[in-house]
Structures are given as C-alpha cells and as structure tokens.
Design a binder for this molecule. Structure first.
Ligand SMILES: Cc1cc2nc3c(=O)[nH]c(=O)nc-3n(C[C@H](O)[C@H](O)[C@H](O)COP(=O)(O)O)c2cc1C
Ligand code: SF4
Length: 676
C-alpha cells in the first residue's frame, strides 16, 4: 500500500484516531453572530465524511466578542452548544473524532472588529498594520478570569460532544503574547517566557478542573516566532514542548510565526516551501514522548515520507482540506489522481478571510456553498444537450466538468496542446508550479466523465455543424494589448508568456511594465455589507485581474532565475487589488530577491538598452535588456462573429465575457453550467 503510514491508527491521549490525517483549525467566516451556520457544519462534517481521523474546529472565542479577530464562532455560553454538537455528531457519524480550538486573540484584534479595546500582557500594539490599537494591560485578576474562561469553553465543548480541545498558544495570539519577550514587558509573576508558561499552566488546570484530567488537550504552539530580535526560537520551542508535556497536554501541534514575523505566519502561500516546518516538528518530537502533529504545505507523498522517517506522528492538511474535502479517502484508497490539489494561492481562502468574507476556493467553486443547495443543483432534472466549449482555460474546464456531471454531452477544444489556457503559464514559475496539477486533475476528471477533449484544435463553423451542437460556449479568454508606448514593437519587448516559456534570452536586466495604460479592469474594488452582530462590519472585495497577477509572478520568477528586476507602474500602488495577505507577502519576498517596484513611473518610450521614463516630472532612462509588458488585457472574442448565424445557443464565459482573474473564471464556469 502506497500510503501505509498515513493509514495507520494512532493515539492522542485516550483517543484512538483511525488514521494519521488531521484537519487543523480553519477560520472560515461562515458563522453569523458567533453561531455555527449550516455552511459551518457542512464544512467540518464534509472533512469527516472525506476520511480524516480528527477534525479540529476553527479558533473559537472563549471571551466573545473581545477575543475574535475575524467572524469567529464563540464558546463562552451554552447557547452555542447546538451548532457545535451538530458538528461533533456529524463527524462521529463518519468515524472521525472532533475537537475545537479554544482561542483568545489578545492584541491581535481591533476596536473596529469587536467594539472594545483589545487586551494584552503589556500596552504595546502589534507591528502589523492590521492591529494598530494599543491594548489594555491585563491585571492579574483578568488573567485568572481568562484562564477560567478557557475551562468554561472546554466544558461547553465536552457537553457538545467534542472529544477534546486544542489551545492556540502560538500565531501571535494572547498566550503567545505572554510567552514572547517582544510583547511581554511585565515585571510581575507573568513576566517573560516563564510567566507565559505559568499562564498556560493555569489554563490547563482550569480545563482539567472543568473536564477531568483525561479530557485530551492539544497544544498548538509556535516552534519559532520568526522574529529577528526578542522573539522565541526553536530552543524556546523545545523548552515549551517539555513544559506542556509535564502539564499533561496530550499532543503538540507544531506551528510558527505571527503577524509581526519577518517570515509571516500568514504566509500560507506557495511562497513557503512544501513541508517548511518538518525540521521544527522533528526537533520537538525528539524532546518529548507525546505525539507531534506537523502542518505546512504537505502533499500525500511528503506526508507519508515524514511519518516513515519518524519526524511526526500525525500530519495536518490545512488548505488541501478546503480545496477538496474528500482528499483523505482519496489518499487512503490510493487514488490521489482523483484529488484536486491545492495550489496554495490563498486567493479564495486566506485573502477572503481577512476581508471578512466567507472563504471560497479559487479552483473549486463548490467550497463554501451549502451541501443541500449543491445536492439540489446536482439532482435537478435537465434535458441533456450537445455542448461545444471553445477554450480549455479555467472557465472552459470548469464548465465542462460541471456540464458533464449534469449529464450533458460535452466536447471541449483548445488551440494549445495543453489544458489551462493562459493561466497554465504561471505553472512555469516555482511559486505557482502546482497549477499544473490542477489541470492534470481536470484532464483526468473530464476523461472519466466522458468529455471529448480535443487539443491542438481550432474553432471552425464546420465543427459546430458536423457535431450538431446545440450550445456553444465561448471561453476563448483574453490577450495582452500593447500599450500606446513609442517603440513597443521593439524585439526587446515580450509578453509574460514569452518570458516564462523560456523561448527568449532575457539577458541580465529585466523591466516589467505593469498596470494602467488604459486598463479599466485592473484591481476592482467592490463594497459589500456583511451582516455583523457586533459592529455592523463593512467589507470590500478587491481583486486584481490576470495582468496584475502575471506582472507579479513574472517579476518574481525572473528574480528567482537570477535576473535583476524592476517593476514600473503608472499607478500610485502596484496591484492594489491583490488580496492583502498575498500582497503583503509578495513584498516580503520581493525585498530579499531585489525586485524593485517603482510606482508613479510613466514609461514614455522603448529606447536602446532600456526605457525612457518620467517620474516626478523628470525624464530619465531605466536600463533593461528585456521589457516584459503585463499591462492591459482584452477579450479575444474570436468566435462571436462566426457563431452569429448558426442555430445554436451562444454563451461567453471567463475573461472573454469579463476580464477578471483565475478565481473569477473558475467560478463563472461553474455558474454558467447551471444556466444551460
Ligand atoms: C483560511 C485559513 C484559516 C485558518 N484558520 C486558523 C485558525 O483558526 N487557527 C489556527 O491555528 N490556524 C489557522 N489557519 C492555519 C492552518 O490551520 C494551517 O496551519 C495552515 O493553513 C498551514 O497548513 P497548510 O499549508 O496545510 O494549509 C488557517 C489557515 C487558513 C488558510
Ligand atoms: S483558494 Fe487557493 S490556497 Fe485556498 S484552498 Fe483553494 S487552491 Fe488552496
């Protein structure tokens, strides 16, 4: 058996888990007024149905609303039991265990989100612009009260039928603020690292008082805060692990970083290597006798290898469980080709979480939708039609998949010899290599569903007539428009595709021209109102179009290949519509890679050896061997005229209908299928 170790049962405290695959906590903003909704219940139960052995409910407030940072659920009152119980019962039905992460965020919140002052060990705000409010200092009495609230939360969890609790001791949240000298300037008994350990001991004792000593507790700890100075590192991590074991904690979940980190915790993106924290987990495991869970960008092979090497006892799959709830069974039944791989793009999940939107998934539009609604859609009686889809990019592939599932007879054609359209080119970068896996999955699924996939095929009217198609879907995508810059036809100017496919020798100095130049679509900002019980929160959806993302990807890829890269944009900011966690991390990565971004810089002319630019009213030369233009996108629209006089229903989808990004395209493909 290929995934033998992952399939083995294991123990956490007195619990036997049926395999080694764990779902870590994932805040999702599906709650309303801190109660679990149908979407919340579906989210967790679907992971249990999907084969995981333990499902850990997201960071849940033990002191609501003060201890929330997004739309967290609460567990400080028995009125929340029914929703939590539905999750516990649902998970048990599938043979999985269920726990909840008990959380207090401390200073990692703000008045805007809670309506009250954040609290912390000391009156120092986080360095992150997300949490600008200066926190109120907790008194010794307040600290005892919070420890008691953790106990009450655990008792509610137990009453709701959960099998244990996880404590969030890292990620910059309240307990971490005590442990970390960077944020703890107290001089009393809660001073410094050991003051933090004392606080944890009180929390654990309170849980043991309320639930008994054998109620399993997992400690989710930072093995390293990733703070340059005055943070805790792996040595402190090893010390903390041993202290937790002494307190009676049943297992350790090894994580790291916080908002203030140089290597940010919130970089769940593909900017982090796969299995980035294996060595941290391995070191911790060598110092304790309780089980260790490791997380961070695992794929099935790496997970199996890590368990085999004895570096961990369990593997947690975070974003993979968002993308494909049934992934665990696919691993355990040795059919990973059926698994939709997560690309770690964070666009649909983490970015949306912090915009206070319900999380989605870029490559799986089903995520976040009620299972009952999906079932109704899947079971709706439809009259099967013959459908031709022109263009096998994200929207075309997604439409094909859904239409075939609905029973239509589908043919999909593409002029390229691969699936994925323009989006596929980003898989040539190290950062987005996983995108290739997504289209491998689509190829596999479309074949299984009997879709006729024809590559290297150009659209003709004759094709429609011969195939007697009733519906034609135009998913022909978009192309770059050359900006009106003198000299733009020079041989030194290429598109991102040409830079990425390696067909050009780009030399040493590369300039990327990004955004604006008449682009009307880049970086849309759309306001939404999300009902919120506490502060009537307003939120806004922002998104960058494909050109903005391509500019960022190609700039980083060129730097990874050792080129010296500058990005020039007319705008005040570079891709302001990119989700802000992704955008923040992009700049964190750009800095050590020497990618320089120059805003308010107008490119006036392509000249010998570079570009003539204007900034601050002054003209000057920027040197470059190659110029990559990633400015305006326009719909290709290549078949509308040809289809006009044919007796078929004609639809446009994806960029060809409205310029957007990959998430918008996959989701548009899904929505269109229901209208056929
Ligand atoms: C949308 C989202 C929400 C998350 N919410 C939580 C949370 O509530 N508590 C927590 O400790 N970690 C949270 N995390 C971190 C995950 O549990 C996990 O550690 C992280 O995604 C890295 O694992 P992965 O690379 O397998 O995704 C969240 C991550 C994501 C992407
Ligand atoms: S949005 Fe991206 S990172 Fe998040 S689950 Fe989907 S593919 Fe993975």
């Amino acid at each position: 058996m290929r995934y033998e170790k992952l399939s083995e049962p294991g123990k956490i405290g007195n619990l036997t888990l049926k395999n080694r695959i764990i779902i870590p906590p994932i805040n999702n903003n599906y709650t309303r007024a801190a109660y679990m909704t149908d979407e919340s219940i579906d989210f967790y139960v679907s992971k249990a149905e999907g084969g995981a052995s333990l499902v850990i409910i997201e960071a849940t407030s033990v002191d609501y609303p003060r201890s929330r940072s997004v739309l967290n659920p609460a567990i400080d009152d028995e009125k929340y039991i029914p929703g939590i119980k539905a999750i516990a019962d649902g998970c048990h039905k599938y043979g999985a265990k269920a726990m909840v992460q008990l959380s207090h965020v401390g200073r990692q919140s703000r008045v805007m989100v809670t309506g009250m002052d954040p609290v912390a060990p000391s009156a120092i705000s986080s360095a992150s612009p997300m949490y600008p409010d200066t926190p109120k200092v907790l008194t010794v009495e307040d600290i005892h009260e919070i420890a008691e609230k953790f106990g009450i939360g655990a008792e509610i969890a137990k009453k709701a039928g959960l099998d244990g609790v996880e404590l969030i001791l890292g990620h910059g949240y309240l307990v971490n603020q005590f442990l970390c000298p960077y944020s703890n300037f107290r001089t009393d008994e809660y001073a410094g690292f050991m003051g933090g350990v004392k606080f944890i001991r009180e929390i654990v004792e309170s849980i043991q008082k309320h639930c008994g000593k054998d109620y399993p507790i997992i400690g989710r700890m930072n093995a390293d805060d990733f703070i340059k100075e005055n943070g805790n590192n792996i040595v402190d991590g090893e010390l903390l692990a041993q202290e937790l074991e002494k307190m009676g904690v049943a297992a350790l979940s090894v994580s790291g970083g916080m908002r203030d980190s140089e290597l940010s915790f919130n970089d769940h993106s593909s900017g982090q290597p796969k299995g980035a924290w294996i060595s941290l987990g391995d070191r911790i495991k060598r110092t304790v006798n309780i089980p260790v869970i490791i997380v961070k960008r695992f794929d099935p092979d790496l997970a199996e290898q890590t368990l085999k090497a004895g570096q961990a006892d369990f593997i947690a799959f975070g974003k993979q469980c968002i993308c494909d709830s049934g992934f665990a069974n696919k691993i355990l039944e040795d059919r990973v080709e059926d698994m939709l791989p997560c690309t770690s793009c964070c666009q649909g999940c983490y970015d949306e979480l912090w915009m206070k939107l319900p999380i989605e998934c870029t490559v799986n539009p089903r995520v976040g939708k009620k299972i009952a609604d999906l079932k109704e859609r899947d079971e709706k009686k439809r009259s099967p039609k013959k459908v031709l889809i022109v263009g096998a990019g994200p929207s075309g592939c997604e439409s094909a998949l859904e239409l075939a599932r609905m029973g239509h007879k589908v043919t999909i054609i593409d002029k390229n010899n691969f699936l994925g359209g323009s989006y596929f080119y980003c898989s040539y970068t190290e950062l987005k290599a996983e995108v290739a896996g997504v289209f491998k999955y689509f190829g596999h699924e479309l074949k299984k569903l009997g879709v006729d996939v024809r590559l290297n095929t150009v659209f003709t009217k004759a094709l429609v007539e011969e195939g007697k198609y009733e519906v034609v879907i135009d998913a022909t995508g978009s192309e770059f428009v050359k900006p009106a810059i003198e000299g733009i036809n020079s041989e030194m100017v290429i598109t991102p595709k040409e830079a990425l496919d390696g067909s050009h020798d780009v030399g040493k100095y590369v300039a990327v021209i990004a955004c604006s130049y008449g682009c009307a679509w880049t970086c849309r900002k759309v306001s939404n109102e999300i009902p919120d019980d506490v502060v009537g929160l307003k939120t806004s959806e922002t998104y960058a179009c494909g050109a903005g993302h391509a500019a960022a990807d190609v700039a980083e890829d060129m730097a990874d290949k050792g080129k010296k890269v500058v990005v020039l944009t007319e705008r005040d900011e570079f891709v302001p519509g990119m989700g802000f966690t992704n955008r923040g991390n992009m700049f964190k990565r750009f800095f050590p890679k020497n990618v320089s971004v120059s805003t308010k810089t107008k490119v006036k002319k392509v000249i010998d050896g570079g570009l003539l630019c204007e900034k601050n009213g002054v003209e000057f030369k920027v040197s470059a061997d190659t110029v990559i233009m990633s400015t305006k996108l326009k719909a290709v629209n290549c078949i509308e005229d040809q289809v006009k006089d044919l007796k078929v229903k004609y639809y446009k989808v994806g960029d060809c209908e409205k310029i957007g990004n990959a998430l918008k395209a996959f989701h548009a493909g899904f929505d269109l299928a229901d209208k056929i």
